[in-house]
Design a protein around this ligand. Sequence first.
Ligand code: ZN
Length: 317
Amino acid sequence: MSNPAAPTSPDQPLDILYVGGMPRSGSTLTDLMLDSLPGHVAVGELFYLWRNGLLHDGLCACGAAFSRCPFWQAVGQQAFGGWRAADGERVMRLQHEVDRTAKIPQILGRRPRAFAAALEEYSGLLQRLYAAIAQVSGAQVVVDSSKRPSLAFVLRSMPGVRLTVAQVVRDPRGVAYSFSKHVELPAGAALGAAMPRSSTVKVARRWVTVNALVASLGAFGVPTVRVRYEDLVQDPLRELARVAAAEGRASEVDRTVVTDRGLRVPETHVVAGGRIRLADGVLPLRLDDAWRREMDPAARRVVGAVTAPTRLRYGYR
Ligand SMILES: [Zn+2]
């Protein structure tokens, strides 16, 4: 976080910048960069805070376990009078009930009574969590890179929240290739070997669905800006300025963080997110396009076919 401003008061609107899109699209990198915008604090994928932080006491990016991180302990105190008063299992049940792609129509439309009650309880907890993060950090904007579309719709429905969405996209063939590298392969299989076709198709289909849903927030009145991973790596300052403009804010990026040599990984309290949150020092901004050379040609064609025409609209030939 940079340039801390005056803490927000409870009657002020809560500004949230939500990073939405497919996993493996450079969202953790985006998250860390957005932290360099004035008054912004990046806290990673808040959807997973309850599971990774509260229930499993995972490692915070500051190096301390969640239960020993002074930032998160202060947030828990501020939000709930201490994490002991928060029920992580219950929140995960609520997430299953309301915070899923299949539930977006109900978040937007007519809500059965049980659903409305669960959504209200969940929203109330989130309200306290985000407000506490803003207060403890002194930031004006909380950056949440949970990515999933449903949480963006939940935030949109919360009173007192001013939401902006940064839709991160990456060439779907790069995304599918990245997913394939994380699949368990038989012993002795070459690194980068093709994953089963069904998985390739599944990732491609999900890329289309997730991007359509995140982009649709614009039609529901949420300021939305699309950030291509490939552009962000090439010209981070321009892309960060576009995000700030979508928020209606100043865009002076902290140049000690985004330098000509790369991204100086800021000290954050990100609890859930990609591995680079734990990196130290300067992260060179280099385009990862290994898929162009190493992806199985058949898988590449399949992904290309399934994701057109969205892919072409986003400028991926
Ligand atoms: Zn921490």
